[in-house]
Design a binder for this molecule. Structure first.
Ligand code: 9MR
Length: 455
């Protein structure tokens, strides 16, 4: 009986030795001791493994390796990776090894070293690189009339880097229209003249927007038909004033709300659901009457990529406008964050416009890095994440068919002047760094990301 039991136990252990176990895939963990020149990579123990093979790369898909970190063999559950560059994005992964057996790759851990890389940002001018493409597009910047003084840093950067401008607010109805038929053209004229004099495209933003209704029109006591006549008169006068000088207009801005319904604006209330089409037709008639038969008319809206209800409604509006031959293009504002929308969401959104044969304007691009107000200074992680997101947006835009490209416009020059930091409208209580230049007009990594997106 005892002998039998011993035999049984022996048989079991012999059996164990002969079985070829597949090595489990190790789990890589967050690094420790991140500093300017390295970090400690960590991972979990895998049964039966005798060592681990560590890869470290600056490329997320490991197309290249940090020297000596291409399957570096390690018998411990961590390794101090050294000799790295500061302020740089690295990735690591491990495999478990037992003699000739090697497991699958672990998950990939991303880590950014502290400090600065001291590698200067690419100084190439945006429009210079874009204009060398087989199918270039306008590189746009939102500006204010006060920035356009000859020799100002804005002026120098605009002339070097940008081929299009949009007025950040001075070509809106509440700025131009002071009373029925009374116009203040000063700032808008300055902006348009600047573009025309410097061979910079001028995009008109925006004829009709619920957030820029002048007080006199809000208070207008006439009938609905008289209200519509005021809107028609405004559109006609402004389009006529800038005929031949402004290449394109956002005719209606943000007519759809975030639930996917028509936004309940004064225009919808006073003019009914056909108001969008009416505005486009009035703009077209005015341009044609003024001899400008090539004016491009855009519908412009925000946050359609990640909100399918809104996206569907915008595209049904675009269908109506297209059927009426009233529209040329669509503006996707793209007030994005370093996390959202995803590449796939943006591509799907833009490709719907391609399928409809519309020109595409990425019209107000900025990329927030502090939407949760969880950082008090711009970190390397966010800087590099933002760079990657700018690069991604430019890659997506540049990959569009030539016929659908128009302009990719950045919504402001310096971080500290962006509308985003401390915006109550946006419910953004903290600071942010959403643009291509810092407060000293120095190019950021986001600017290098833009350039890399063109490769
Ligand atoms: O960034 C613009 C800000 O400077 C203006 O005060 C504001 C009101 O005119 O408009 C901001 O730009 C908006 C754009 O015209 C339409 N999409 C949303 C933008 C941010 O609010």
């Amino acid at each position: 009986m005892l002998a039998g039991l011993v035999f049984f136990l022996n048989a079991c252990s012999n059996d164990d030795n002969q079985t070829v176990e597949t090595l489990e895939t190790p789990v890589a963990n967050a690094p420790k001791d991140v500093n300017d020149h390295g970090f400690k990579a960590k991972w979990n123990y895998v049964s039966h493994s005798k060592s681990y093979l560590l890869d470290v790369s600056t490329a997320e898909n490991f197309t290249s390796f940090v020297p000596n970190y291409n399957a570096k063999e390690i018998t411990d559950l961590n390794d101090a990776v050294t000799g790295l560059t500061g302020g740089t994005q690295y990735y690591y992964r491990v495999r478990a090894k037992n003699e000739t057996q090697i497991s699958d790759y672990s998950n990939v851990i991303a880590v950014v070293t502290t400090g600065t890389s001291n590698i200067p940002e690419d100084p190439t001018f945006l429009k210079v690189k874009v204009n060398k493409l087989a199918n270039p597009f306008f590189v746009g910047m939102a500006i204010k009339a006060s920035q356009l003084t000859n020799g100002s840093p804005y002026d120098v950067i605009l002339k070097n880097e940008f081929s299009s401008i949009s007025a950040e607010y001075e070509m809106k109805m509440d700025q131009i229209s002071t009373a029925s038929g009374v116009y203040n053209w000063a700032a808008a004229d300055k902006i348009v003249a600047y573009g025309n004099a410097n061979n910079i495209n001028v995009h008109g933003h925006a004829l009709v927007w619920h957030n820029a209704v002048p007080q006199w029109l809000k208070d207008f006591s006439g009938t609905d038909a008289e209200f519509a006549a005021e809107v028609k008169k405004y559109i006609t006068d402004v389009v006529t004033h800038y005929a031949g000088k402004v290449k394109s207009w956002d005719v209606v801005n943000e007519a759809v709300d975030d639930s996917g319904a028509m936004r309940n604006t004064i225009f919808l209330q006073r003019m009914g659901p056909n108001y969008v089409k009416d505005c486009f037709q009035w703009a077209r008639e005015a341009a044609n009457a003024a001899g400008d038969t090539s004016l491009l008319l855009f519908y412009n809206d925000y946050a359609t990529s990640a909100n399918t209800a809104k996206q569907d409604k915008v595209f049904s509006l675009l269908d109506d406008l297209k059927a009426a031959k009233a529209i040329d293009g669509v503006g996707f504002q793209m007030h994005n964050t370093y996390l959202s929308p995803t590449k796939a969401q943006i591509e799907a959104d833009l490709n719907k416009a391609v399928a409809k044969g519309l020109k595409i304007h990425v019209s107000e691009l900025d990329i927030q890095v502090n939407q949760f107000n969880d950082i008090s200074a711009f970190t390397n992680e966010r800087r590099l994440a933002q760079k990657a997101k700018y690069k991604e947006m430019v890659q997506i835009y540049n990959a569009l068919p030539a016929a659908n490209k128009y302009a990719l416009t950045i919504w402001g020059m310096r971080d500290n002047e962006s509308w985003i930091p401390f915006s109550t409208e946006l419910n953004h209580p903290g600071n942010d760094w959403p643009l291509l230049y810092d407060s000293n007009f120095a190019v950021k990594s986001s600017h290098t990301g833009f350039l890399e997106g063109l490769d």
